[in-house]
Design a protein around this ligand. Structure first.
Ligand SMILES: Cc1cc2nc3c(=O)[nH]c(=O)nc-3n(C[C@H](O)[C@H](O)[C@H](O)COP(=O)(O)OP(=O)(O)OC[C@H]3O[C@@H](n4cnc5c(N)ncnc54)[C@H](O)[C@@H]3O)c2cc1C
Ligand code: FES
Length: 268
């Protein structure tokens, strides 16, 4: 008998949609079938009821509260699609495709993992940090932003027993400068980590990989790009990677979004 694959399409009721800071909102959804998602995986969301915009928009699993059958998305408004999604009110039913992608490895090692989230890149690392906390695995969570007004308040993290180190470019909270500066400081002064996990803009990820190389620490980076199908069919998200002296293209939505930092070709 043919085994039926579970459907990846889920109709999920929005429970709350609350502003976290500036243009960032946290959406909590009733999504029992998505509670097994791994940190770093994402859902591809239909942002409106009409065909405009036609394409779904990808969002990382920001947190899972399994006992409430709840997943959270952290959404920053940057354009028409995210603006429309953030207009959804509690009770609305959203169409989610997922969980998609590979996710970050959660490795049981005595040495800590350093988790570095730049801007909205903190979305998947929040859940990764929480899972590591639950499993008793050591980690440090580093968060970077231009200014403290671009960051969720400390309680947003403390509520999950997370206590990040902050880097702000204007020095308004924590380390003054880029998150890569703070990461370098931790690599010099902290317990040598087993690995670095990072999510954020490409220049930041390139800097993280460079630091990983200098300090001989493996890096795992979550890449972002515009996605169309989200399931590996259209090749619209192909990104260059280095493989045995050659360049090969891999799909961010299917082989990623998390990749070995050493293999990512940031130069192209
Ligand atoms: C795997 C994955 C996970 C993601 N997780 C999150 C998340 O947890 N929270 C979140 O807020 N966003 C996340 N994003 C980014 C999010 O999908 C985009 O911001 C969103 O699709 C923009 O839609 P829009 O219609 O509002 O903007 P558009 O009108 O499509 O674009 C508005 C502006 O944003 C830029 N832009 C749009 N998408 C991206 C992108 N992926 N990378 C860089 N620039 C972009 C455009 O170039 C344009 O300048 C993720 C993306 C990927 C690929
Ligand atoms: S978005 Fe279609 S292959 Fe990745």
């Amino acid at each position: 008998m043919l085994e039926q694959k579970p459907s990846l399409i889920h109709r999920c009721q929005l429970k709350t949609n609350e502003q976290v800071t500036g243009t960032w909102h946290c959406l909590k959804l009733h999504a029992p079938d998505l509670c097994g998602a791994r940190p770093g995986q994402f859902v591809h969301v239909r942002v409106g009821a009409s065909s405009d915009p036609l394409l779904r928009r990808p969002f990382s699993i920001h947190h899972v509260v399994a006992e409430k059958n709840e997943i959270w998305l952290l959404v920053r408004s940057v354009g028409a699609g995210t603006e429309l999604l953030l207009q959804a009110r509690p009770g609305a039913v959203l169409d989610l495709l997922g969980p998609l992608g590979n996710g970050f490895p959660v490795v049981d090692e005595a040495a800590p993992a350093l988790l570095a989230g730049g801007g909205i890149g903190l979305a998947p690392l929040y859940y990764l940090a929480w899972l590591r906390r639950q499993a008793g695995l050591p980690f440090e969570l580093l968060i970077g932003a231009a200014s403290c007004s671009d960051l969720p308040a400390d309680d947003y993290f403390a509520a999950q027993d997370l206590h990040p180190l902050y880097a702000t470019e204007d020095g308004s909270h924590g380390y003054r400068g880029l998150i890569t500066g703070l990461l370098e400081q931790r690599l010099r002064e902290g317990t040598p980590p087993a690995r670095i996990h990072a999510c954020g803009p490409l220049p930041m990820l390139a800097g993280v990989v460079e630091l990983g190389r200098r300090f001989a620490v493996p890096t795992h980076v979550s890449l972002e790009s515009h996605l169309a199908c989200g399931v590996g069919a259209c090749l619209g998200c192909a990104f260059p990677f280095k493989k045995g002296g050659q360049i090969e293209y891999r799909r961010i939505c299917k082989e990623g979004p998390v990749f070995n930092g050493e293999e990512v070709c940031f130069e192209i």
